[in-house]
Design a protein around this ligand. Structure first.
Ligand SMILES: NC(=O)c1ccc[n+]([C@@H]2O[C@H](COP(=O)([O-])OP(=O)(O)OC[C@H]3O[C@@H](n4cnc5c(N)ncnc54)[C@H](OP(=O)(O)O)[C@@H]3O)[C@@H](O)[C@H]2O)c1
Length: 244
């Protein structure tokens, strides 16, 4: 009788097919044909992202609670950006960036559950509080804004990204390059890669996989530190992940 040892079971059987080579993590999909919607796209972050993506050739629709506000902001931005109310924006988009304030996050997403079903949702919301000492991280009941989105949108593909950007730089037409990495979090690799590719459309920006949504809290919270950096150094700080 032969017995198998643990080291035996770890060996490949002789006729096992060769292991496929690991996929190049920088081999990202072509997202140039996807429509990007931005909920809360009339604010500095949403407008800035819309401007950058549209300038890079992406089709962008900005959303608002009032269609006419979105249309006015879209006209200001040019580059083919359109404006609509948040529901229509969600319906017409393949990828939907959530750029509303933390205060309105849960209610906004709850109200758009149907329109967002099947969509790739990208949450960039940073739950922060401010007092006389500056900005500090809040801890949402669900763990993070991204996890709240995932809980409220069971039929959507929720990811998180674009937390650490300066809306001032994004909106400045004189700034050609946005010198920063974008941490992208999510549960499904293919969805994360789409968001990485989207970030990569913006000159200077690189999207990097940074874990699952359960690790979104640290990423969202880090913005409180960046705000402190910006105040001390009068800067619009971004982040770089080295050695990748
Ligand atoms: N600003 C930045 O530099 C930056 C950087 C990274 C991430 N973020 C995150 O991006 C999000 C947006 O930032 P922002 O500075 O652009 O915010 P904001 O100007 O305060 O809000 C963005 C838009 O959201 C809509 N809105 C306001 N209150 C709302 C509510 N209670 N419910 C639903 N919609 C509401 C408004 O549009 P309508 O009135 O037209 O609906 C507003 O123009 C925030 O969660 C922030 O943490 C910001």
């Amino acid at each position: 009788m032969t017995s198998r040892t643990p080291s035996d079971s770890a060996q490949q059987p002789e006729n096992a097919p060769a292991k496929a080579p690991a996929k190049d993590p920088w081999d990202l999909p072509d997202v140039s044909g996807l429509v990007v919607g931005v909920l809360g796209g009339t604010g500095p972050q949403g407008k800035g992202l819309a401007f950058r993506l549209a300038r890079a050739g992406q089709k962008v629709i900005i959303g608002s609670r009032a269609a006419e506000r979105a249309q006015a902001a879209a006209e200001e931005l040019g580059h083919g950006v359109e404006g609509a109310d948040n529901a229509e924006t969600a319906r017409r988009s393949d990828i939907v960036i959530v750029a509303v304030p933390w205060d309105g996050h849960g209610k906004t997403l709850e109200g758009l559950r149907e329109e967002l079903a099947g969509k790739l949702v990208v949450d960039c919301v940073n739950p922060l509080g401010f007092d006389r000492q500056g900005a500090y991280a809040l801890r949402p009941e669900e763990g993070s804004a991204a996890q709240q989105a995932a809980a409220l949108l069971p039929d959507s593909r929720v990811t998180a990204a674009f937390h650490h950007l300066s809306a001032v730089l994004l909106q400045d037409p004189e700034t050609d390059m946005i010198d920063t990495d974008v941490m992208v979090l999510g549960e499904v690799r293919a969805d994360v890669e789409i968001v990485q590719a989207l970030a990569g459309r913006i000159p200077g920006m690189r999207g990097i996989f940074a874990g699952r949504l359960r690790n979104a809290h640290q990423v969202e919270s880090l913005v409180a530190n960046l705000i402190s950096v910006n105040r001390r150094y009068k800067a619009h700080a971004g982040l770089r992940v080295t050695d990748v």
